[in-house]
Design a protein around this ligand. Structure first.
Ligand code: HEM
Ligand SMILES: [Cu+2]
Length: 826
C-alpha cells in the first residue's frame, strides 16, 4: 500500500463526519484541541475587553463611566474569565492537541471523555457570559468570600452563576486531567520509557495530577455555598455554627495550587522551546522533572499564605511563611537549568525566543515581589492593595501569557503548515511588553501609596491620579499589541505560503507528521530510542508515512492504538477506540440541566437530569467491549499483542483510579471541613450529638462485609468461567445496607438547624450517592454477564466495578464513623 492510499484509508477511519455535524460529534483530539484553543482565546479577548473597561474607569478621578454595580461585575468577571475560562482551558486545548503527537500515538486515552469535557466547558462558560450580558453577573470578586457571596451579601441570582457555572467548567478540567494522566502513562510510542518522555509531557503529568487534587476542594466549597444559598444549610454563617473562614480554606486549598497549575504548563512550553531556540539539548532533564514534581507537591502546603490577615495563630504564620519561601528553591532550579541551557547553546533571536526573554524579565520580578508578600508583616501592609494586583499580573501575564505566546509562534507552523509571511509579530511583541510594564510596574507604586484594590473610582487629590492615568495608557498600548498578535496569526494562517515540515529542526515527534496534522496523527507508530527521535533519524517522518512502524496497516477499518507498560515503554496491548458520537454533547447538555435547574430554582430538573446522566452513562459504557474472546493480533514487526479488553488493568481501570483520586480528595476536604468547624467555629458543638444507636452501625458493618465479599466472589467465579450471580447479589445487598445506614443519619438530623446537622447531611448524602453509583454498576455488570460480555479472559469491567465498590465501602465506613463517633460517649 502506498503512502497516499494509506493516508486516505486512515483518514476515513479516524476523521470526523463531514459538515457541521462533524464538529458536534467529533471525538478526535485534533478537532477537540483546536476547538478548546479557539474558545479559550475568545475568552481571553472578552476578559481583555473587561480589563480595558476597568482601566478606562480608573484613568481619571471620579469617572462616571461605570457605576459601582457594573464595576463590581466587570472586575469580578475579568478575574473569573481569565482564571477559569482562559488559562486552564488554553492549557487543556494545547495538551489535547499536542500530547498524542509528542508521545507518538494517535489520540488521547478516552476520546469521548475529551469531547464531553469540551462541551461542559462550552456550556458552563456560556452560562457566565449570558449572566454578564444580562447584567446579573457575579459581583463579589473572583474568590467569592462569604458573607459577601452569601444570601446576606448577594441576595440575587448573581453569585449562583459563579458557583454553578464554575463547577460545570471544573468537571471538564477534571475529566481532561484524568485523561491526560492515563495518556501519558499508557499511550506512548514503544520504547518511550519514562526517562525518554518529552519534557512537556512530564509537566502535563504533574499539572494534571495537581488539577485532580486541587480542584475538588473548590468544587466542595462551591457545593456547600450553593447548598447554603438554595436550602439554607448554614455552613458559613457564624450564628448557626458555621464559619466563613472555612470558605477561605477550601478556596485557597484550590487557589494556591492553581497558580502553579497555570505556571507549570508555561514552564513546560519554555523547557521545550528554549533548547530548540538555543540549538542544544535541555540541561538537567532529571533536575527539571524533580523540580516540577516537588513544586506540584509543595504548592499544596502553603495555601494559608493567602490568609495571613484572618487571624491565624502565630506558630501557623511562621510555618506557612517559611514554607512559602521554600517554593523559591525548585523554581530556582528550573530557572538555573534554563539559564544553563542558554549558556550551553547558541541562541537565535526568533520570535519565540523573544517572548521567552520577556517571560524571564517579567517572571523574575513577579517572583521577587512574591517573596516580599510571603513575609507576614509586609503582607499585612500590602494586603488587598494594588501592590497585590500588580504582583499577581506579573506572575500570571509574565508567567503564563508570555510563555504561551512563545509556544504559539513556535508551534504555529505545526498547526497551519504555513510559513510566516507577514511579520507583524515583532511590533506586537514590543507593544505588549512595553505596555505591560507601563501598566503594572506603576501599579505596584500605587499600592504602596495605599490604593486599595476593587475600588470603583479614585478621589481627586489622593495622589494616585497620574499613576493611574499612565497605567491606563500602558494598558491600551498592551491591548493594541494583543490585537496585532491576533491579526498576525490570522493573516499568516490564511495566506497560503507552504512551509517546511520542521522549520526549527526540533527533535520531538510532533514534527514527524505532515502539517496540519491528519486526524490519525501518525500513519504508523515508530519505535523510540531516545528523547529526540527526529535527531537520531532525520528520515523518520518518511518512514512513518510509508507505514514502516507499528499499526501501519489500516486493513481492519478500526481505530487501532497501542498501550505500553508504564515505566519501560514496552508494548502491552492493542486498543480499539470508539468512533465519533453525539453522546458526549448530549450528555453535557443533560448535565447542564442539573446546573440550570439549581440556578432557576426548578429543583425537579435536578433528579431528572441525574437519571438522564446515569442512563446515558450506561448506554455509553454498554457500547464498548466485545462479546467474544479475541486472539492476540499482529501489530507489525512480528509483534503480537492481546486486546486491551483482556488485560488485568485496562485503561478504563486506570481512568477510574484517577477519577476516584479526585473524588477522594473531595471527600477528604469534606472531612477536613467537619473537623475544622468542630475545632474552631463559634457555637459548636451544638447541644446534642447524633447518637448512633445500634441499627445504623450494624447495617453499615454488615453491608461493608457483604459488599466487599460479594464483589470478590463474583470476580473469582468469573475467572473460573462460572456465573457471578451470587456474588453480585450479595454485593448489591451490601451496598443497599450501606445506603440505608446513611439514611438513618439523614432522618435523625434536620438539614438547616445548625452547621453540624448540615455537615452530617452532606456526609450522609455523599455516602448514599456512592452506594447508589456502585449499586448501578453492579447491576450493569450483571447485565453484561448475561449478555456475554464477560469471560475468564475479559475481566477488566469486573475489576473496574470492584474498584468503585471498594471505594464506596471505604467512604461509607469513614464518613459514617466520623458522624457517629462524637455521639458514642453521650
Ligand atoms: C490583558 C491585560 C490585563 C489587564 C490590563 C488587567 C487589569 C486588571 C486590573 C486593573 C485588575 C484590578 C481590578 C480591581 O481591583 O478593581 C485586575 C484584576 C485581576 N486580574 Fe487582570 N488584567 C489583565 C490580564 C489578566 C490575566 C491574563 C489574568 C489571569 C490569567 C488576570 C487575572 C486577574 C485576576 C484574578 C484579578 C482579580 C480580580 C478580583 O479582584 O476579583 N488578568 N486585572
Ligand atoms: Cu499562593
Amino acid at each position: 500500500m502506498n503512502a497516499l492510499r494509506r493516508h486516505r484509508a486512515l483518514e476515513r477511519i479516524w476523521g470526523p463526519r463531514p459538515g457541521w455535524r462533524g464538529k458536534l460529534t467529533t471525538v478526535n483530539n485534533n478537532d477537540i484541541g483546536l476547538m478548546f484553543l479557539a474558545l479559550a482565546v475568545t475568552y481571553f479577548v472578552i476578559g481583555g475587553i473587561l480589563a480595558m473597561l476597568i482601566r478606562a474607569q480608573l484613568a481619571t478621578p471620579r469617572s462616571a463611566f461605570m457605576g459601582p454595580d457594573v464595576y463590581n461585575q466587570v472586575f469580578t468577571m475579568h478575574g473569573v474569565i481569565m482564571m477559569f475560562l482562559f488559562a486552564i482551558p488554553l492549557f487543556e486545548g494545547l495538551t489535547v492537541y499536542l500530547l498524542p503527537k509528542m508521545l507518538g500515538t494517535r489520540d488521547l486515552a478516552f476520546p469521548r471523555l475529551s469531547a464531553f469535557g469540551f462541551w461542559c466547558y462550552a456550556f458552563g462558560g456560556a452560562l457566565l457570559i449570558l449572566a454578564l450580558l444580562a447584567g446579573i453577573a457575579p459581583d463579589g470578586g473572583w474568590f467569592m468570600y462569604p458573607p459577601l457571596s452569601s444570601t446576606l451579601g448577594s441576595p440575587g441570582i448573581n453569585a449562583d452563576f459563579w458557583l454553578l457555572g464554575i463547577t460545570f467548567v471544573e468537571i471538564s478540567a477534571i475529566s481532561a486531567s484524568a485523561e491526560i494522566v492515563v495518556t501519558v502513562l499508557l499511550y506512548r510510542a514503544p520504547g518511550m520509557s519514562l526517562d525518554r518522555l518529552p519534557i512537556f509531557a512530564w509537566y502535563m503529568l504533574v499539572v494534571a495530577m495537581m488539577i485532580l487534587t486541587g480542584f475538588p476542594p473548590l468544587i466542595l466549597g462551591s457545593t456547600l455555598l450553593e447548598l447554603e444559598r438554595a436550602f439554607g444549610m448554614p455552613f458559613f454563617q457564624a450564628d448557626a455554627g458555621g464559619d466563613s473562614i472555612l470558605w477561605q480554606h477550601l478556596f485557597w486549598l484550590f487557589g494556591h495550587p492553581e497558580v502553579y497549575i497555570i505556571f507549570l504548563p508555561a514552564a513546560g512550553v519554555i523547557s521545550t522551546v528554549l533548547p530548540v531556540m538555543a540549538r542544544t539539548t535541555l540541561l538537567g532533564y532529571g533536575w527539571i522533572v524533580a523540580a516540577a514534581v516537588s513544586l506540584g507537591i509543595l504548592s499544596f502546603g502553603i495555601w494559608v499564605h493567602h490568609m495571613y490577615a484572618t487571624g491565624i495563630p502565630h506558630m501557623g504564620l511562621a510555618f506557612f511563611s517559611a514554607a512559602s519561601t521554600l517554593v523559591a528553591v525548585p523554581t530556582g532550579v528550573q530557572v538555573f537549568a534554563w539559564i544553563g541551557t542558554l549558556w550551553k547553546g547558541r541562541p537565535e533571536m526568533h520570535l519565540p525566543m523573544l517572548w521567552i526573554l520577556a517571560f524571564f524579565a517579567t517572571f523574575v520580578m513577579g517572583g521577587l515581589t512574591g517573596v516580599m508578600v510571603a513575609v507576614v508583616p509586609f503582607d499585612w501592609q500590602s494586603h488587598d492593595t494594588y501592590f497585590i494586583v500588580a504582583h499577581l499580573h506579573y506572575v500570571l501575564v509574565g508567567g503564563f501569557v508570555f510563555p504561551m505566546l512563545a509556544g504559539l509562534y513556535y508551534w504555529l507552523p505545526n498547526f497551519t503548515g504555513r510559513r510566516r509571511y507577514f511579520k507583524l509579530g515583532k511590533t506586537a511583541f514590543w507593544l505588549v511588553v512595553v505596555g505591560f510594564h507601563g501598566t503594572f510596574l506603576l501599579l505596584h507604586w500605587a499600592g504602596l501609596l495605599g490604593m486599595r484594590r476593587r475600588i470603583d473610582h479614585i478621589e481627586p487629590g489622593s495622589g494616585w491620579e497620574l499613576i493611574n492615568l499612565l497605567a491606563s495608557i500602558g494598558g491600551f498600548v498592551m491591548a493594541i499589541g494583543f490585537a496585532l498578535v491576533l491579526i498576525d496569526v490570522v493573516v499568516n494562517a490564511v495566506v497560503a505560503v507552504r512551509g517546511r515540515r520542521n522549520p526549527w529542526q526540533a527533535g520531538t515527534l510532533e514534527w514527524a507528521m505532515p502539517a496540519p496534522s491528519p486526524s490519525y496523527n501518525l500513519a504508523s507508530i515508530p519505535k523510540v530510542h531516545s528523547r529526540n527521535p527526529l535527531h537520531d533519524d532525520p528520515d523518520l517522518p518518511v518512514r512513518i508515512a510509508r507505514g514502516e512502524g507499528y499499526l501501519g496497516d489500516p486493513g481492519s477499518g478500526l481505530r487501532e492504538i497501542l498501550t505500553v507498560e508504564i515505566a519501560s515503554g514496552r508494548p502491552n496491548s492493542l486498543v480499539i477506540f470508539p468512533t465519533n458520537s453525539a453522546l458526549p454533547i448530549v450528555m453535557a447538555f443533560v448535565t447542564g440541566g442539573l446546573f440550570v435547574g439549581m440556578l432557576i430554582k426548578a429543583y425537579w430538573l435536578v433528579p431528572l437530569s441525574l437519571v438522564g446522566v446515569a442512563a446515558l452513562g450506561i448506554w455509553w459504557a454498554w457500547s464498548l467491549g466485545s462479546r467474544e474472546d479475541q486472539d492476540s493480533r499482529p501489530v507489525g514487526h512480528g509483534l503480537v499483542l492481546p486486546p486491551a479488553t483482556e488485560v488485568e488493568r485496562p485503561p478504563g481501570w486506570w481512568g477510574s483510579l484517577f477519577l476516584l483520586l479526585a473524588d477522594g480528595v473531595f471527600f477528604g476536604s469534606l472531612l477536613f471541613g467537619y473537623a475544622f468547624l468542630w475545632t474552631v467555629a463559634p457555637n459548636w458543638p451544638p447541644p446534642a450529638w447524633l447518637e448512633p444507636g445500634l441499627r445504623g452501625p450494624l447495617l453499615a458493618l454488615g453491608g461493608a462485609v457483604l459488599a466487599l465479599g460479594g464483589i470478590r466472589l463474583a470476580d473469582r467465579a468469573l475467572r473460573r468461567d462460572g456465573g457471578p450471580w451470587l456474588g453480585l447479589l450479595l454485593s448489591l445487598a451490601g451496598l443497599s445496607a450501606l445506603g440505608a445506614a446513611a439514611v438513618t443519619v439523614l432522618t435523625r438530623t434536620s438539614h438547616d438547624a445548625h452547621a453540624y446537622d448540615a455537615t452530617l447531611w452532606v456526609v450522609a448524602g455523599y455516602v448514599v450517592f456512592h452506594a447508589t453509583v456502585a449499586g448501578l454498576m453492579t447491576v450493569f455488570l450483571a447485565l453484561r454477564a448475561a449478555g456475554g460480555y464477560l469471560s475468564a479472559r475479559r475481566v477488566g469491567e469486573a475489576r473496574v466495578v470492584r474498584l468503585w465498590t471498594d471505594y464506596a465501602v471505604a467512604v461509607a465506613l469513614l464518613g459514617l464513623g466520623a458522624a457517629w463517633l462524637p455521639g458514642v460517649p453521650t
